[in-house]
Design a protein around this ligand. Structure first.
Ligand code: 3MF
Ligand code: MG
Length: 343
């Protein structure tokens, strides 16, 4: 039994398309994904704004809300919640240069329109969480933007969202690079600073994705710990990553088990989930995976998380204290490895 409630996004059931090759599997219809997630033991679905309302750019606000209500009915049918809505700004030709930090005033307006509509969609889906993965907020050409001005612009954009809806919480998902060269919000420390500088820090928190921390050369568990220490870890995207290469979104724990153990340990020790936070996954099926079994990356990630919860429950804090008192960290390290390798 897990103490956590799990969530995943529809994009985690993908068709295998990537930068070097086309789709290799059929995209499953949305309702089928919701049913599958329910059967796998998930409690909530994560949404991009256009996962919920695909053609939203062509619709009025009222039409967008009506479409979102149809999605809510599908969630209700399977007794599933919506965890968050994230404006997918990085997909539109109007945000090639970013949204909140774009050099084009018109593109900035579009980004804000999408953000406000994301809040409308979130309200219809019954969640007050907006996630900002700031995919293109930064530069491809370092000299193309004034970074200080743009960081103020980003904070002002978040303030506008907070003002638009007094109930909404904005969670920023840090990532140091990709698809751009240099991001403005690369780590949890950056997110905490933006939160502190906002009009209502109590409503601006963080999403930590394991792979994003690794890409920044940081330890995911310590990044989670930093946000937890500030009371601002609103969600996590558990996955794994083999070093500093392309963003892999591997199944949680398959690359570095000890790292994964420490992520689960810090979440358990700090009562993560007690305020309704979900353990979100952001994992990608290998392109080689056949369509019928292209959900195992999700199932495995959840099971690995649950197995690690059991390991955390077994963790001998008395022995840890003894090792710490004797400053015998070699013994403590060996204990952790044995805990993970032995039954
Ligand atoms: C990018 C990501 C994204 C975001 C998601 C929610 C596809 O590296 O991890 O997942 O998490 O879009 O904002
Ligand atoms: Mg993610």
């Amino acid at each position: 039994m897990s103490q956590f409630k799990f969530s995943a996004g529809p994009w985690n059931m993908n068709d295998g398309v990537e930068a070097f090759g086309p789709a290799v599997r059929e995209q499953r219809p949305f309702e089928e994904i919701v049913k599958l997630y329910k059967d796998l033991g998930f409690s909530a679905v994560q949404f991009h704004d256009d996962d919920a309302v695909p053609n939203m750019n062509d619709l009025t606000t009222e039409e967008i809300k009506a479409e979102a209500r149809k999605v809510k009915a599908i969630l209700d049918k399977y007794d599933m919640a919506a965890e968050f809505v994230a404006p997918r700004l990085w997909m539109d030709p109007r945000t090639t240069d970013g949204g909140y930090t774009s050099n084009s005033a018109e593109d900035y307006e579009f980004a804000m329109w999408r953000s406000f509509r994301s809040i409308d969609i979130a309200n219809e889906l019954g969640t007050n969480k907006i996630v900002l993965w700031l995919a293109r907020e930064g530069t491809l050409c370092a000299e193309s933007k004034n970074p200080v001005e743009k960081i103020h612009k980003l904070i002002n954009s978040i303030n506008a969202m907070l003002a638009y809806d007094k109930n909404i919480h904005v969670l920023i998902e840090s990532k140091p690079n990709e698809p751009i060269d240099r991001s403005y919000c690369g780590t949890i420390g950056h997110v905490m600073a933006v939160s502190a500088a906002s009009d209502d820090p109590s409503r601006v928190g963080a999403v930590l994705e394991s792979a994003h921390a690794i890409l920044a050369g940081l330890d995911p568990a310590n990044e989670m710990a930093f946000a937890l220490a500030m009371g601002k870890l609103g969600s996590v995207h558990l996955n794994d990553q083999n070093g500093c290469r392309y963003d892999q979104d591997k199944a949680f724990g398959v690359e570095s088990l000890r790292n994964a153990f420490n992520q689960v340990k810090v979440l358990v020790e700090n009562g993560y989930g007690k305020n309704g936070e979900y353990v979100g996954l952001d994992v990608k099926a290998m392109r080689t995976q056949k369509a019928e079994v292209a959900y195992k990356h999700l199932q495995n990630s959840m099971n690995i998380c649950k197995m690690l919860e059991e390991k955390v429950a077994k963790f001998d804090y008395e022995y840890q204290a003894k090792c710490v008192a004797e400053r015998d960290y070699e013994a403590l390290e060996m204990y952790v490895i044995e805990l993970l390798l032995k039954g």
